[in-house]
Design a protein around this ligand. Structure first.
Ligand code: ADP
Length: 368
């Protein structure tokens, strides 16, 4: 790495139909964007991004690290083999990410590739929260609660000390409410509880995912002749807010239409209830509630959702300052609220860039 400038990092987040990219110089974001493209287009699309600068590293957001990858790593052949074994745990997310990693490896073979995992932040979950009540022989095959959105929770945890010592040193529940939604119970900024499980289907109602549901529903459909792909499609792409409103999963549209369309009103009500109920469960699991944080697209932008969630937690002593809420300030609770309520913007890409820089420095120090 040239000693006279901060390293240049390209951050890639490969999804099933989009490739999100961001370029960083040190921790400063220079540009970012989203390209609609599938894996077949990666050689040309990623090729163009790689030509934009002389990158010190390319860093990837990877949804699942499985049991073995619990911290950011420099990608080697053995990391790729380990990641291949995680494909059955996240069949929709892992293949495009692996394909992007391979494409960069073939186009820029001597540039370090760095992988950061959404599951890694939850490696600290205690066994009582990781374990499902199923026989040991299945636990041994990796069936357990992993949790996701870890890079977002890490971003929030890294900002808490600068915002509230009570939140940073105490019990904080972070609600990541985007198209995917989950929450995380932090004790002193360490993950001790989360709502997503083996897959990102579990927990909160989401844009198009059902969230917590009786697994008997899936068994019933299998008896009726549906296969795994059909059930997965219903529960991940056709459910959630989109199913309840019979149309849209966009919270802005739901709020606009709620007065005249009872299905949109129901979708918002069920979404906010599912969040408040899980906050209570998380508070029980971590043994208290000092601070509730709202983040991601809906959490950062929807005063309606924040107000309704905190209203349902009034019995716990929560109270929101409605003016601060509507203005979208950082601190939203009233002085009399028993717990703090904060609105904090998440920045997963910056966390990934930071890990890449840290790993580059460590590998350079090791090779000196
Ligand atoms: P992703 O999980 O794809 O990263 P985001 O964190 O960008 O998602 O969140 C997307 C969600 O944020 C959408 O449901 C969208 O409706 C919602 N959203 C964005 N802006 C607003 C807003 N001003 N008011 C309400 N919801 C919003």
């Amino acid at each position: 790495m040239a000693p006279d400038r901060d390293p240049l990092i390209l951050v890639l987040n490969a999804g099933s139909s989009t490739l999100k990219h961001a370029s960083y110089q040190g921790l400063h974001c220079m540009s970012q964007g989203t390209i609609e493209c599938g894996e077949a287009d990666y050689p040309s699309t990623i090729g163009k991004l790689l030509n934009d600068a002389s990158w010190n590293a390319v860093a990837f957001r990877i949804v699942h690290g499985g049991n073995d990858l619990t911290a950011p790593v420099i990608v080697t052949d053995s990391v790729i083999e380990t990641l291949e074994r995680t494909i059955p745990l996240a069949p929709l997310h892992q293949p495009p990410a692996l394909s992007a990693i391979r494409t960069v490896g073939s186009l820029l073979p001597s540039t370090p590739r760095i992988a950061c995992f959404d599951t890694a932040f939850h490696a600290t979950l205690p066994e009582v929260e990781q374990r499902f009540a199923i026989p040991d022989r299945y636990i041994q095959t990796g069936i357990r609660r992993y949790g996701f959105h870890g890079l977002s929770y890490e971003s929030i945890a890294s900002q808490l000390h600068g915002i509230s010592e009570r939140a940073a040193r105490g019990k904080t529940i972070v609600c990541h409410l985007g198209n995917g939604a989950s929450l995380c119970g932090l004790d002193r900024c360490i993950s001790r509880y989360t709502t997503m499980g083996l897959t990102p289907i579990d927990g909160l109602i989401m844009g198009t995912r059902c969230g917590r549901i009786d697994v008997g529903v899936a068994i019933h459909w299998m008896r009726e002749g549906m296969n795994a792909q059909q059930i997965e499609k219903i529960l991940t792409k056709e459910s959630g807010l989109a199913a309840l409103s019979n149309g849209t999963s966009d919270m802005r549209a739901l709020v606009e239409r709620a007065d005249e369309d009872p299905r949109c009103a129901l979708a918002i009500e069920m979404f906010c209830r599912s969040i408040a109920k899980e906050v209570a469960a998380a508070a029980t699991a971590i043994g208290g509630l000092d601070c509730l944080v709202f983040t991601a697209g809906i959490g950062e932008n929807s005063d309606v959702v924040r107000r309704r969630v905190v209203a349902r937690l009034q019995w716990l002593g929560g109270a929101i300052d409605e003016q601060a809420n509507q203005r979208g300030e950082t601190r939203l609770n009233t002085l009399s609220s028993s717990f703090e309520v904060l609105r904090i913007a998440t920045d997963e890409q910056q966390i990934i860039a930071g890990h890449a820089i840290g790993l580059l420095k460590r590998s350079e120090a090791a090779s000196l």
